[in-house]
Design a protein around this ligand. Structure first.
Ligand code: MUC
Ligand code: MG
Length: 366
């Protein structure tokens, strides 16, 4: 059960429908597949999405840090030595998604060796996750048509509206059209990816006060601390930290210094080991969390399902688990199904991240 090889395989799969948001856009899933092989032949997989506009990582930087920096230190450790692996990787700052994927691939090996689904090992709270769909920038009526289609076809009743546009009226209008068209039962929240100033966000909050939105994520740059604190104090709905809380320490700092009062948990950046610590902190602090989307493929999404369903605190809210529907193809051997607005937790031993070898051959770019 010792780690014998750590490989980082770059690949590219186009999006049928690109996603546009305040900090960037995605046209191609140019991700990196992490493959860990043990000395007794167990293979663990995970997906690392480069998000230069969020963490500074690129496809090439993920390959380089995993193969040149992490692999030499990880080879020889037991796949069960996850805290040792965390310590090894913590010597290199940032590189969140590279670290997260190595951790998930190790858990995949652990589950296979123990003959248990990883969701069971992490807590086994429930057997499914409700799905929230993320809507990128589009005219208001198109957004409503899309949301109605997702509700009709997949039973999805929670939507994240990407915002942060100028003038802010564009996003206020989109929220109003969605609320009127979807009715009061559907859950809607906003993510501005730092697109506004604190004052602009405050104006949006005033204008959407009657629309019953659940929370507002990263309205402005959290480093502008006084503006952000004023927003958090004055807002009637929670202000969620996503990219301002990319790891345990920064999540704690944002909450304890009043930069946010809710947290996005993303397995793509904190894997399973650190995500569990973020959730424990949030639970102890009385802070709500939700499982977010790193614009994940099915390989990334299944990891979010495995983790989100394992813990009571993360399974309370819908997780963002459906944006792989916008991709032209995927790598997962058993494609994910969304039924009645939910995805079932894989019951196979491991993390359920098995790869289709023919598809990997087709899309790899190394
Ligand atoms: C999100 O919640 O922000 C967009 C950029 C990123 O890093 O993740 C996505 C979704
Ligand atoms: Mg976000």
């Amino acid at each position: 059960m010792k780690i014998a090889a750590v490989q980082a395989i770059p690949y590219a799969i186009p999006y049928r429908t690109p996603l546009h948001f305040a900090s960037g856009a995605v046209h191609v899933a140019d991700h990196v597949l992490i493959k860990i092989t043990t000395d007794d032949g167990v293979v663990g997989w995970a997906d690392a999405p480069p998000r230069p506009y969020t963490y500074g990582e690129t496809q090439k930087s993920i390959v380089a840090v995993v193969q040149d920096v992490f692999a030499p230190e990880l080879i020889g450790l037991s796949v069960f030595d996850r805290e040792k692996a965390q310590a090894v990787m913590a010597r290199t700052i940032h590189n969140e998604c590279a670290k997260g994927a190595v951790d998930i691939a190790m858990w995949d090996c652990m589950g296979q060796i123990l003959g248990q689904p990883v969701s069971t090992l992490l807590g086994g709270y429930t057997d499914h996750m409700r799905v929230s769909h993320m809507l990128g920038f589009k005219p208001a009526q198109e957004l409503l048509d899309l949301a109605l289609g997702f509700r009709e076809q997949y039973g999805i009743t929670t939507f994240k509206l990407k915002t942060g546009r100028h003038p802010v009226g564009l996003d206020v209008e989109a929220a109003r059209v969605l609320r009127e068209g979807l009715g009061p039962e559907v859950e809607i929240y906003m993510d501005a990816n730092r697109g506004w100033s604190a004052n602009q966000a405050a104006e949006v909050l005033r204008q959407i006060a009657e629309l019953g939105l659940t929370f507002l994520e990263e309205p402005d740059d959290a480093r502008e601390v006084l503006g952000r604190r004023r927003l958090v104090t004055q807002s009637a709905i929670p202000i969620t930290a996503d990219e301002s809380a990319p790891n345990l320490g920064e999540a704690a700092r944002e909450i304890l210094t009043g930069g946010a009062n809710m947290l996005a948990v993303k397995t793509a950046r904190t894997g399973f080991t650190e995500s569990a610590k973020v959730v424990a902190f949030a639970e102890a602090a009385g802070v709500d969390v939700y499982v977010g989307n790193q614009i994940d493929t099915q390989v990334g999404t299944v990891a979010s399902v495995v983790f989100g369903a394992a813990l009571a605190h993360t399974s309370r809210r819908a997780g963002e688990l459906s944006n792989f529907l916008d991709m032209a193809d995927d790598l997962l051997a058993e494609p994910l199904q969304i039924r009645d607005g939910a995805i079932a937790v894989p019951t196979v031993p491991g993390a359920g991240t098995q790869i289709d070898p023919e598809k990997l051959e087709k899309y790899r770019v190394d």
